[in-house]
Design a protein around this ligand. Structure first.
Ligand code: GDP
Length: 431
């Protein structure tokens, strides 16, 4: 997931700063430049990024950094706050209530993932005890809906005339009646006309605009156009899993002050997440956040996989996770922080499981292979990993990759290798 690349760049930038013995203007500027580069690569608008830089510098300069303050903490906190600011889409204007019939109309361009989002939205609520139903206002969509996951998870649908479907499901006490609307590839008068007609007939309580994130910052214009044409109350951004521009799209939609309520992270019905800005930004920074409080010794290049393993096991204990989370702001979002906590815990658990399945020799061998790739091909692919770990499943390989990335960052492998005389210094038997 390209989002992870952005996550990696930002984390690396902050970590480099964390490693510096003295934090002066140069170190701060370098860190901010790195973050700027990462955000621009993700298609975040230049003005947003430069405002963010200015704000961070302002926050940091407000503190007397020469005094006894924890500079790293202040800077990290400022970065966190500013990223949240850029990505915060505000709250939705309407929240449906369980047990009370709400009509939710989905709009957006064809191919944006609208039908998929309708089904995911229905399924998400079904799992939480709601009684959702799907209505399609578009010709031919009856079959489409019929074929998709809605059938499998037994969400009823109605594919003829939207207004009849809504009426019927209201009578049958469904509390979330989801109306999927027509298909056009482009923003054009007839699309907006059709949206108006369906809205007029079904009188939705909430209009959700569905948008494909691959258009990056162009999302600003698209979100504005839909907002001006129908009263968009919330936004779902799809395909956050596939490309570099997801964060750019998210920031662009946030700039239109349209509340993003969910993001689509895959084709599967389950790949759908509530969008909440703080946990999202925490995740952008999470691996780093988990380590910034570890003893400095770990960052000095003499980390072994065994030490990392032991550290992970410690982190798995609630106390340490709490410590990691204490890095993150507000106690207010207790519930989401708990979710986040579970996520971190699951990640470390998976790393420990991977390492459990390896002998010490295996751990070491894997490191050398990793060194080799760093110094030769540079690009390490899942396929080549499958070669080294033939029995590993795709998921397992990704875990190994994630773990090694983490190891690489923490141990500063590149500089260490330089000291050792490069790849030539490695024992041949290990490769
Ligand atoms: P619609 O024309 O707007 O109703 O779009 P569809 O729901 O038919 O989706 C178009 C394509 O995008 C389909 O192939 C979906 O499987 C795919 N899709 C939808 N949401 C996501 C997502 O979050 N991630 C990925 N990778 N694909 C998605």
């Amino acid at each position: 997931m390209v989002l992870a690349q952005l996550d990696g760049s930002i984390s690396r930038a902050i970590q480099q700063m964390s490693n510096a013995t003295i934090i002066d203007d140069n170190v701060l500027n370098e860190c901010l430049n790195e973050i700027t580069r990462a955000l621009l690569q993700s298609d975040v608008q230049l003005k947003l990024v430069s405002d963010m830089q200015t704000n961070i510098k302002r926050i940091v300069s407000l503190h007397d950094l020469t005094g006894g303050h924890n500079k790293r903490r202040i800077i990290q906190q400022a970065i966190f706050t500013e990223l949240c600011q850029i990505l915060d889409p505000r709250k939705s204007s309407f929240t449906p209530k369980k047990g009370k019939a709400s009509v939710i109309m989905f709009v957006g361009l064809q191919g944006s993932g609208k039908t998929t989002a309708c089904t995911k939205y229905a399924y998400y609520h079904l799992k939480k005890g709601w009684k959702p139903a799907l209505v399609s206002s578009r010709a031919g969509a009856f079959d489409q809906l019929k074929q998709n996951d809605a059938t499998r998870v037994k969400i009823p649908f109605y594919g003829r005339i939207a207004v009849e479907g809504v009426k019927r499901f209201k009578k049958e006490n469904y509390d979330l009646i989801i109306v999927d609307t027509g298909g056009h590839h482009k923003q054009e008068a007839s699309l907006f006309e059709e949206m108006h007609q369906v809205a007029e007939a079904t009188r939705p309580d909430l209009v959700i605009f569905v948008m494909d994130s691959s258009i990056g910052q162009a999302a600003f214009d698209q979100a504005q156009a839909f907002k001006q044409s129908v009263s968009v109350g919330a936004v779902i951004i799809t395909k956050m899993d596939g490309h570099a521009k997801g964060v750019g799209a998210l920031s662009a939609v946030a700039a239109t002050k349209s509340p993003v309520i969910f993001i689509g992270t895959g084709e599967h019905i389950d790949e759908f997440e509530v969008f909440d800005v703080k946990p999202f930004v925490s995740r952008l920074l999470d691996i780093l956040m988990s380590f910034v409080q570890l003893p400095q010794k770990l960052f000095e290049g003499n980390l072994t996989l065994r030490m990392m393993y032991e550290k992970f096991q410690k982190i798995l204990k609630r106390d340490s996770i709490g410590q990691v989370l204490s890095m993150l702001p507000p106690k207010s979002a207790e519930l989401t922080l708990n979710d986040h906590e579970k996520e971190i815990q699951a990640k470390f658990k998976s790393y420990v499981t991977v390492m459990d399945s390896m002998t010490d020799e295996g751990k070491q061998k894997m490191l050398y292979i990793w060194f080799y790739f760093l110094n030769s091909a540079r690009e390490i692919t899942i396929e080549s990993n499958s070669f080294f770990f033939p029995r590993a499943s795709g998921r397992r390989v990704r875990e190994v990759m994630g773990m090694l990335e983490l190891y690489k960052d923490i141990a500063k492998v590149r500089s260490k290798l330089g000291e050792m005389g490069g790849i030539g210094a490695l024992p041949r038997s290990m490769m």
